[in-house]
Structures are given as C-alpha cells and as structure tokens.
Design a protein around this ligand. Structure first.
Ligand SMILES: Cc1ncc(COP(=O)(O)O)c(C=O)c1O
Length: 305
C-alpha cells in the first residue's frame, strides 16, 4: 500500500497525519484498549462525496469504548462533523475512513489511571479490500483453526483493537496458503464470520446468516444487506450453520465496509455450485449502486460531505 500522507483530525485539530506523535507508552499500544471504525465515503452519482451509514458507525464507536468502560470525549454529532471535516480538508469524494480512539500515556498498569482518551480520524484511498478480481469472480477461503471468542472471553459486539489478534493470526494462516480470506467457527463449531467480514450463504433460494446471538460483530453492511434483501423480496433467515452447510451452499458471500459484498468462489478446496450466484450478484449490484446514491435507501443512509 502507498504511504498515507493525508490530513487527519486529531483531538479537534486537522494536521498532516505524519506529524501526529503517539507515545510508545500509550496504554492502548500495550493492552489493546483502543476502539476503531471502518467507514467508506463514495463519489455520488450526481457529483460530490457521500458517507455510507456514518451515524451508525459513529454510534458503534462510542458503544465500543462504553463496553470497554470509558467514554469518547466527543459527542455523536461532533464525531460526525469530525469525519466530514477530515474529508473536506483532504478534498476527497471517495475514501476509506478510519476513526480510532485510544488511551494515551499515563498509568502503566492494566487498569490505567489518568490516561488521556485520544481521538483521531484518518482517511485514505482504498480500493477493493479483497481485490477487484475477487469482487468479480469470487474469492478463495478456508475455515481456519482459530475460534471466534464466545461469551465472556471477549466483547464480540465491540470493535476493540485488542480483539483483532485472532483475525490477524487467522488471516496470516490463510495468506500462507495463498488464499484470500479466513473463516472462524464459534465454540460450538458453527460458522461465525470471517476475519473482518460477516458471512452469508444461499441455498434453495433462501439467504442465511448467523443470528445476532452468535459471537459476531453486528456488521453495518450485514444489516444493510439484510434490509436490501427484504426490500428485494428475497427469503432471509437467521440460523447457525455448520461447515457442511457451507460446502453444500449454492452461493456464499462476505459483507463488510472494506470488503463490501465479496462473493466466495471456493471453500476448503471445494468450488461452490454458483459463484458468484444470482442472489450474490443482485445484492452486490444493488449495494454498490446504493452507496453511490442510487435507490430509495440512499436518502436515509448516505450523508453528503
Ligand atoms: C470481525 C468483523 N466482522 C464483521 C465486520 C463487518 O462490519 P461492517 O459491515 O460494519 O464493516 C468487520 C468490519 O468492521 C469486522 O472487523
């Protein structure tokens, strides 16, 4: 990836990202106590930029730190403004947006102490997360040997930095094999999600994804796809499913802000029956048009820059 040399918003100011100084003694560097978001801004059909589901992302960021037990020192509206100000400062109509909140230098114990809460928003150009070819023809995935932590082991609903060690290790496991993405099972052996995406399968005309109670991140793209699927009159079900259901699916795809809607072509060396299949194609097309301002839902889901 190219070096990122954009302007970033940090604690209320806009500065070149490379000028931001972070202490090596920052609490979150040691203990993973930061929280972050991944948001996308798209060039809109009629011109200008639009951020997809900005308010939902900002709310999840504030929930993530609330789950950790500290407050972001900026309100929801202030964070929305911070994201828009960063995009305007960089004159960007399309961008990947990365807000990050972390505990700075202060108490060095696990509990911290007087550590300041720091907040930053960075932006950069980021194309298809799992590749253009993957978007068109589908990706190759494997069920990794890592488990998505369940119950009290970690806070699955939150996007907390430290939780990404599982994703990091699972992603490296599949990269070593030359594959595109790794899936994680839950403790009971059902499919949970991928390292940075939610998972859907389609069988006999029914779209299926893990239920809200599963140890998954409640993806904002997952929610958007569920809504679009219902709008399109597709049959949607929530249910736990095993690896054999995935092997035997007609279609499968991943959803995420970065990965958008990425079809799965192959799982554990088995080629799926249809890839990308008709449901995946229809949802991908509708989603990619919606984020660019086309369709009824765009009015409620796209914030103009
Ligand atoms: C572990 C995990 N699951 C799912 C997702 C998809 O979430 P969203 O659609 O809100 O980007 C992400 C990305 O944020 C993620 O990191």
């Amino acid at each position: 990836m190219e070096k990122i040399e954009t302007l970033a918003w940090i604690d209320g100011e806009i500065v070149p990202v490379q000028e931001i100084r972070v202490s090596p003694l920052a609490h979150s560097l040691h203990y993973g106590t930061g929280a972050f978001e991944g948001i996308r801004c798209y060039a809109q059909e009629g011109g200008g930029g639009g951020v997809f589901r900005l308010r939902e992302h900002v709310r999840r960021l504030r929930s993530s730190t609330a789950i950790l037990g500290y407050e972001v020192p900026w309100s929801e509206d202030e964070l929305v403004d911070a994201v828009l100000a960063t995009l305007r400062a960089n004159d960007m109509d399309s961008a990947y947006i990365r807000p990050l909140v972390w505990l700075g230098e202060g108490g060095m114990g696990v509990a911290g102490g007087d550590n300041p809460v720091r907040t930053m928003v960075a932006v950069w150009h980021w194309g298809a997360y799992l590749g253009e070819d993957g978007m068109r023809n589908g990706i190759r995935v494997q069920i990794t040997s890592y488990e998505r932590a369940t119950g009290n082991a970690l806070a699955q609903r939150a996007k907390i930095s430290g939780q990404y060690i599982t994703s990091f290790m699972a992603k490296h496991q599949v990269k070593r094999l030359g594959l595109d993405e790794g899936l994680l099972l839950d403790r009971d052996g059902y499919l949970a999600e991928a390292t940075g995406e939610n998972l859907f399968i389609a069988k006999d005309g029914v779209l299926l994804t893990a239920p809200d109670e599963s140890p998954i991140l409640h993806g904002i793209t997952r929610d958007s796809i569920l809504t679009l699927a219902r709008d399109m009159g597709l049959d949607v079900e929530f249910g736990r499913f095993a690896r054999t259901d995935l092997y035997d699916a007609d279609e499968a795809f991943l959803t995420g802000t970065a990965a958008e809607v990425t079809p799965i072509r192959e799982v554990d060396g088995r080629t799926l029956r249809e890839s990308p299949g008709p449901m995946t194609r229809a949802l991908q097309e509708t989603y990619l048009a919606l984020v660019r301002g086309r369709g009824e839902r765009a009015k409620e889901w796209v914030t103009r820059v």
